[in-house]
Design a protein around this ligand. Structure first.
Ligand SMILES: NC(=O)c1ccc[n+]([C@@H]2O[C@H](COP(=O)([O-])OP(=O)(O)OC[C@H]3O[C@@H](n4cnc5c(N)ncnc54)[C@H](O)[C@@H]3O)[C@@H](O)[C@H]2O)c1
Length: 266
């Protein structure tokens, strides 16, 4: 995979996807910025010398058309990153209605799966490629987001399955699982007082005692997409400032320096 290879970044107009477009472009990749927000995708693409495509990932016919357009305009695709996401508020299980469930799964699971299959089959035919799907720490640890968290578990499992299907052709499929990552969407929500129950003091729950910057997730995605990760497939890479590592410490008061005197354990 040469550094002038083409990467398609879906959900590339904002947040983690936009940071990924920037990091991949800085490191010499040609970039296709795909998003349902075409205006923002075009703005970013112009600044990076990239191409923009307007697609809603819930539209499967549009995904098939996208694959044709990208190949016709920019040639063979060496890497696919899927960073599009549908989110939900913290809700009681009985308040997750069918419409919310379907919307979250249509974007996070079904759309992502269709993208993987559509681009992945081309990678199989060309004899290599790399897919990085953006999951979440909630996909393995759980969270009171009763549609979103299971949708991310599905992303981790379907990615592992596809890694096994396509490994024979040199196509690698991995996930990254971000912890709380300070994208504009989240910063705006906090600024208006939203999300307090879900996200109160999230930095204190991570080993590094901070949240994650979008570019830190982007660097992990870049690594998995690149030849530096040539023997890595079917894995989930948490990029969470040590949030998963520290989760077992919660009952002892959370991540902190060791105290001088010994304490009773359970
Ligand atoms: N930010 C975090 O704390 C965090 C933590 C864990 C996982 N994630 C995951 O990272 C990914 C990116 O999230 P983000 O925080 O950067 O969010 P974001 O809102 O900043 O970016 C999401 C992008 O996806 C696009 N998008 C949404 N629905 C789409 C659709 N139907 N079709 C095409 N594009 C669509 C949006 O326009 C936007 O550009 C998501 O999968 C999210 O679940 C984020």
């Amino acid at each position: 995979m040469s550094e002038s290879s083409l990467v398609v970044v879906v959900g590339g107009a904002h947040g983690i996807g936009a940071a990924t477009c920037q990091v991949m472009a800085e490191r010499g990749w040609r970039v296709a910025v795909v998003d349902r927000d075409l205006a923002a995708a075009e703005q970013l693409a112009t600044s990076l010398g990239a191409q923009a495509y307007g697609v809603d990932v819930t539209d499967h016919a549009a995904i098939d058309a996208l694959v044709q357009q990208v190949h016709a305009r920019q040639g063979a695709v060496r890497a696919l990153v899927v960073a599009s996401g549908a989110f939900q508020a913290v809700l009681a299980p009985q308040d997750v209605d069918a419409a919310l469930w379907d919307q979250v799964f249509a974007v996070n699971v079904h759309g992502l799966y269709r993208l993987n299959v559509a681009f992945g089959l081309h990678m199989v035919a060309q004899g290599g490629g790399s897919i990085v799907n953006v999951a979440s720490v909630t996909g393995s640890a759980g969270a009171p987001t009763h549609a979103y968290a299971p949708s991310k578990s599905a992303v981790i499992t379907l990615s592992r399955n596809l890694a096994c299907e396509w490994g024979h052709a040199g196509v690698r499929v991995n996930t990254v699982s971000p912890g709380v990552t300070l994208v504009k969407r989240i910063l705006d929500r906090w600024a208006t007082g939203g999300g307090t129950r879900a996200t109160s003091d999230p930095a204190s729950h991570a080993a590094l005692m901070r949240c994650v910057d979008p570019v830190e997730v982007a660097r992990g995605i870049y690594f998995l997409a690149s030849e530096d990760a040539s023997a890595i497939t079917g894995v989930d890479l948490p990029i969470d400032a040590g949030w998963l590592a520290a989760s077992g410490w919660e009952m002892y008061g959370g991540a902190r320096r060791a105290t001088a005197k010994s304490e009773e354990t359970v």
